[in-house]
Write a protein that binds this ligand. Sequence first.
Ligand code: 5SP
Length: 227
Amino acid sequence: MNRPLLIAPSVLSADFSRLGEEIAAVEDAGADWIHLDVMDGHFVPNITFGAPVIAMARPASRRHFDVHLMIAPADPFLEAFAAAGADTITVHAEAGPHLDRSLQAIRKLGKRAGVALNPATPVSAIQHVIDRLDLVLVMTVNPGFGGQAFIPAMVEKIRQVKALVGDRPVDIEVDGGITAETAGSVVAAGANVLVAGNAVFRGGASAYRGNIEAIRAVAELERGERA
Ligand SMILES: O=C(CO)[C@@H](O)[C@H](O)COP(=O)(O)O
């Protein structure tokens, strides 16, 4: 049984001075989830925002808040992100030595637990925690910045994640360089959550619906959900 297809605009490409409005605008334009990129300037070479900003943005939308932690260590902050209104909390497999413990902590907080894999990290990194997971995030660029080129070798990795996940109720998410041009190959390989920053947040709010729809159309066609 296919997991639902979900389009998750990444707010990294939004206008941060109007974050709440931007989130409301993509919700209005058909976003299924809101993807929030937390960066610490240490695990990745860029800094964005933390739990207080997510808490302030939370009232802007009722959509699922998909919080991607590009921070190390992550464990001391999990409670704060849960309290801020995250629905899924994703930590990086590379961010600490105790991934199993992090995932248990996220679920204990009543949140969905995700693991992100950098492009160079093999799928075997999640083999022994697969039953503690609700989501696997396959990074299709090196994390840190929006607007980078999709790495084609990640298509095979998505296939490997799909084979590992099997029939488990685990979402397979992709993030980085996702556009109407790259969406087909990742969906064919097994991804069902498509994160897109630049491809959604361009052209001003009046373009957001068309931008989301362009990605969704390709993905649905690939899944046989659209003629
Ligand atoms: O996590 C990240 C980057 O580290 C992403 O969420 C980017 O924000 C995706 O941006 P685009 O490649 O879609 O512009």
